[in-house]
Design a protein around this ligand. Structure first.
Ligand code: FHN
Length: 501
C-alpha cells in the first residue's frame, strides 16, 4: 500500500468516526485489569441506617435479578433525527457535532410535538420484549429537561408546543406493569450558563459563559436530582453520565468538583432502594461498560450497555440493526458473568417507541425470553469462570442453564462437572423429556437432538446434586484461568465448531 492510499484510508476511518456517537466513554476511575471495570462500592461504605441499608439491598437484588433493560434517549435531538445539512451521522450529540449555538438548537423545541406518544404503548412494547426496566433520559448533555422541572424553563413542558411531561405518563404506565422506571441524568450540560465550557466535551458549550460558576451548577444539578426523585414515585436506578466530559480529571477529582458524595447521600435519603451507576467519579453500585461486555468474569455488579443500531438517539438513516440472535446471546453472556444487559434504542420525535424497524427484532427477543426467561431472570453467574466451547452457563435454584450457541456436530455436549446430574432437558420442551446423560472423567456428556431447536441460543436445563458446590473437572474452570479445551473434550467427540488444541 503506498503512503497516499494508506493516508486516505486513515482519513476515511478518522472521518467516519467523527460523526459517530461516543460509544466507549467510561468513567475515569481506576480499573481492574482483568475485567477492565472500575470498582463498585460495598453497601457498608455508604453509612446508611439499618432501614436504608435493607431497602438498598432489596434494590440491589431487584437490579441483579432484572438482567435486561432498555436505554431510551429521547430529546430535542430526536427532531433532526440524525440528519443536518447533508450529514446523516448525528444523534444525541447533534448539538456538539454541528457546533450549534444554544439559541439555534433551542428552536428544535418549537418543533418538538410527539403527538403519537403513548406511555402505555411504550411500556406494553417494552414488556413484550421481555425487558424488566427502562432507563430514560431526563436530561442529556444538551441540557434540555425532558420533564417538568421548576428550575429551568428549557424543558419539555414550558418550551414545546406539546407542553407535556412524558415522565409523568411513563411513571403511571410503569406502575404495576413489571417494568421498573429508571432515570438517566447528564452531568455535563451544554445549556446551563453555569457549566464551565472548559469541563465540557471538546470544550463545547451552547451558551459559553466566562463567568460560569460550577458551584451554582452543582446546586442546580442537585435540585434537579431532587425533583426527579420526588416527582415520579420509586425509581429503580439512577444512571448519571459523565459522557466523556471532565477531561484530564480523574474520578476522585471529578467527584469532588460535583459533590458526588452529597448527591449519592441525597439519593439514599430520598429513595434508599435506588441503585446508582459508577459515573459520578466515586464507586457506587454498578459498573457501566459501554459498547462491550466486560472481559473475564467480574465479581462485581455491572450493566453492559449497547445500542440496537449505531446510535443512542434516533437516527432515521441508521438501519444497521443488530440481530435478535446477537441481542439474546449478549443477554445470556452478561447473565453468565453476573451482570445485566441494557439495550439502547432512540425514541422517534413523533413519540413512537420503539421505532418501527426495531419492533420485529424486539418481538423475536421477547419470544425467546418468554420461553427461556427462566434461564435469565433471577439467575446468578456461571460456576465456570470462562466461556465453554459451546456457550455460557447461568444458574438458579439447583439448576444449571446451559446456553448453547454452537451446537456440537456430533450432538454430544460435554459439561465439565463432576456433580451427579439428576435430570437434563431442553427448556423449550414443555414435557421436559429427559436427555441421556453419560458421566465420565471428563464430565457429563449430554446426548442432544440432531438439530438445534433454536439457533439463537438453545437452553438445556441440568438439575444437579449438591448445586451449591459445583465441582468442575478442571479447577482452572472455576478460577477463570486459561483452560486447554482438549482437556475437557473427549477426543472422539470433539465439537467441530470450536478450535481444540
Ligand atoms: O455521551 C453519552 C452518549 O450520548 C450516550 O448517552 C451514552 C450512553 O451510555 N453515554 C455517553 C457516552 O458515554
Amino acid at each position: 500500500m503506498n503512503k497516499q492510499i494508506s493516508y486516505r484510508l486513515l482519513l476515511a476511518v478518522g472521518l467516519s468516526l467523527l460523526g459517530k456517537p461516543v460509544q466507549a466513554t467510561e468513567p475515569a476511575t481506576a480499573t481492574n485489569s482483568n475485567t477492565g471495570l472500575p470498582p463498585v462500592a460495598s453497601v457498608d461504605s455508604y453509612g446508611l441506617t439499618n432501614q436504608q441499608k435493607q431497602e438498598h439491598e432489596a434494590g440491589l437484588q431487584w437490579f441483579r435479578d432484572a438482567k435486561f433493560g432498555v436505554f431510551i434517549h429521547f430529546g430535542l435531538y430526536s427532531v433532526p433525527a440524525g440528519e443536518w445539512q447533508g450529514n446523516k451521522g448525528y444523534a444525541e450529540w447533534f448539538q456538539i457535532e454541528t457546533r450549534m449555538p444554544g439559541a439555534d438548537y433551542a428552536k428544535f423545541a418549537q418543533q418538538f410535538n410527539p403527538t403519537n406518544f403513548n406511555a402505555k404503548e411504550w411500556v406494553k412494547n417494552i414488556k413484550n420484549a421481555g425487558i424488566k426496566y427502562m432507563v430514560i433520559t431526563t436530561k442529556h448533555h444538551d441540557g434540555f429537561a425532558m420533564y417538568d422541572t421548576k428550575l429551568e424553563d428549557y424543558n419539555v413542558v414550558q418550551s414545546t408546543p406539546w407542553a407535556h411531561d412524558p415522565l409523568k405518563d411513563l411513571a403511571d404506565a410503569c406502575k404495576d406493569s413489571g417494568v421498573q422506571l429508571c432515570f438517566y441524568y447528564s452531568l455535563p450540560d451544554w445549556h446551563s450558563a453555569d457549566f464551565p465550557p472548559a469541563l465540557s466535551q471538546r470544550k463545547f458549550h451552547g451558551n459559553p459563559n466566562p463567568n460560569a460558576d460550577l458551584e451554582k451548577y452543582v446546586t442546580y444539578m442537585k435540585g434537579q436530582v431532587h425533583e426527579i426523585l420526588t416527582q415520579y414515585g420509586p425509581i429503580g436506578a439512577l444512571w448519571f453520565d459523565d459522557g466523556g466530559a471532565f477531561e484530564g480529571l480523574d474520578g476522585a477529582q471529578r467527584a469532588k468538583l460535583i459533590h458526588a458524595k452529597e448527591i449519592i447521600d441525597e439519593v439514599h435519603e430520598l429513595q434508599p432502594q435506588c441503585v446508582i451507576d459508577d459515573r459520578l467519579g466515586i464507586p457506587a453500585d454498578y459498573a457501566t461498560p459501554e459498547g462491550r461486555i466486560p472481559a473475564g468474569h467480574p465479581s462485581k455488579l455491572f450493566e453492559a450497555c449497547m445500542s440496537l443500531n449505531d446510535h443512542w438517539g434516533y437516527n432515521k438513516n441508521d438501519h444497521n440493526w443488530k440481530s435478535p440472535k446477537t441481542i439474546t446471546q449478549d443477554i445470556a453472556t452478561c447473565a453468565s458473568k453476573g451482570g445485566n444487559f441494557i439495550l439502547g434504542i432512540g425514541a422517534v420525535a413523533d413519540g413512537t417507541f420503539p421505532p418501527t424497524e426495531a419492533t420485529p427484532i424486539l418481538d423475536v427477543v421477547g419470544q425467546w425470553l418468554s420461553v427461556n426467561g427462566e434461564s435469565i431472570y433471577g439467575t446468578t453467574a456461571s460456576p465456570f469462570k470462562t466461556q465453554l466451547p459451546w456457550g455460557w452457563v447461568t444458574q438458579k435454584e439447583g439448576k444449571l442453564y446451559l446456553h448453547v450457541f454452537a451446537w456440537p456436530q456430533d450432538n454430544q455436549l460435554l459439561v465439565p462437572i463432576q456433580n451427579e446430574v439428576r435430570q437434563a432437558y431442553l427448556l423449550v420442551d414443555p414435557n421436559h423429556t429427559a436427555l441421556i446423560v453419560t458421566p465420565s472423567d471428563h464430565g457429563a456428556t449430554i446426548s442432544l437432538p440432531a438439530q438445534t431447536p433454536d439457533p439463537m441460543d438453545t437452553v438445556i436445563v441440568l438439575q444437579i446434586n449438591d448445586p451449591s458446590n459445583v465441582v468442575t473437572v478442571n479447577p482452572n474452570l472455576a478460577e477463570g484461568k486459561p483452560v486447554e479445551v482438549s482437556k475437557m473434550v473427549q477426543p472422539r467427540r470433539r465439537n467441530a465448531n470450536v478450535t481444540v488444541k
